[in-house]
Design a binder for this molecule. Structure first.
Ligand code: AAT
Length: 292
């Protein structure tokens, strides 16, 4: 541990730890579920940490929040009802709200402290809560989904932390089954699905479960996020049986200018070219994911 630096040390990425220089610690707290910290870094803006793991930085959050949101929502025509699991910071809400077809945005975040801390320290991210279409539920995403009537949502976005701690069940088969039930025929899900450099074993398990549960398409995409472990993170994108979804060719493109306004600012990362490119996999990952 280097004095004055934050190092992200975890058994989930043994033998390596990305570090950021700390200018000032702004918040430290302990919720019912996890430890919560916010600090000002020298080069990535403010940083949100849960249980010692980086959830977002102001500088690179766009690469994650825009991709986890627009990969699913630009892949289907006219999305109207969306559910976000996790994502208490509000960044995914900010991105969902760029889509004018959306009528209802439900979010289920387990930890109210994440919501409060985001509103206090990350106004450009928590701006997502200002959209009147948003309904916030504080609770466990697993329980919330079990109670959702069949066929409710066009899209479910699972912006979850890593599978140790409160998010563990969000990576398990029964959870994916509840997601499938909550979606309309031809509805889509996009879940945080870890790094091809670090977690091929976890990804293999997710892909195997999803191929059994989602009878439409099952795809893996990825993006670069410099402050996430190994600098990349992936997404599992699946559709339920029904109108076919070709994730690689977005049918509902989002116009960067049309969707920028004073509060939200323009898209910084996502465009239709990077959408299609995100599904190209390195050979080692392609081999494992396509064989499942
Ligand atoms: N958008 C920032 C990135 C995140 S946040 C993940 C969120 O999921 C956290 O706010 C956490 O409190 C919430 N969460 C965890 N478990 C549950 C649950 N069971 N139900 C609802 N919400 C939950 C993800 C960062 C990825 C980090 C990669 N190393």
């Amino acid at each position: 541990v280097i004095p004055g630096w934050f190092s992200e040390i975890s058994p989930m990425w043994p033998g390596e730890a990305h570090s950021l220089k700390v200018e000032k610690i702004l918040f430290q707290g302990k919720s019912e579920y996890q430890s919560v910290m916010v600090f000002q870094s020298s080069t990535y803006g403010k940083v949100l940490i849960l249980d010692g793991v980086i959830q977002l930085t102001e500088r690179d959050e766009c690469a994650y929040q825009e991709m986890i949101t627009h990969l699913p929502l630009c892949s289907i025509p006219n999305p109207k009802k969306v559910l976000v699991i996790g994502g208490g910071d509000g960044g995914v809400l900010r991105e969902v709200s760029r889509h004018s077809s959306i009528e209802q945005i439900d979010i289920c975040e387990i930890d109210k402290m994440v919501v409060d801390v985001s509103k206090q320290f990350f106004p450009d991210i928590a701006v997502g809560y200002e959209d009147p279409r948003v309904n916030l539920h504080i609770g466990d995403g697993v329980a919330f989904l079990k109670a959702v009537p069949e066929g409710t949502y066009d899209a479910v976005i699972v912006d979850s932390s890593d599978p140790v701690g409160p998010a563990q069940e969000l990576f398990e088969k029964p959870f994916f089954q509840s997601v499938a039930n909550a979606l309309r025929p031809g509805g889509v899900v996009c879940t945080q699905a870890e790094s091809i450099w670090l977690h091929m074993d976890i990804i293999e398990g997710i892909v195997a479960n999803c191929r059994q549960i989602f009878k439409g398409s099952v795809n893996y995409a990825w993006t670069t996020v410099p402050t996430y472990p190994s600098g990349v993170i992936g997404f599992m994108l699946c559709s339920t049986e029904g109108p076919p979804v070709d994730f690689k060719h977005p049918v509902n493109p989002i116009d960067a200018n049309e969707n920028s306004n004073k509060c939200k600012g323009p898209l910084k990362f996502y465009n239709s070219e990077i959408h299609t490119a995100a599904f190209c996999l390195p050979s080692f990952a392609k081999k494992v994911i396509e064989s499942k």
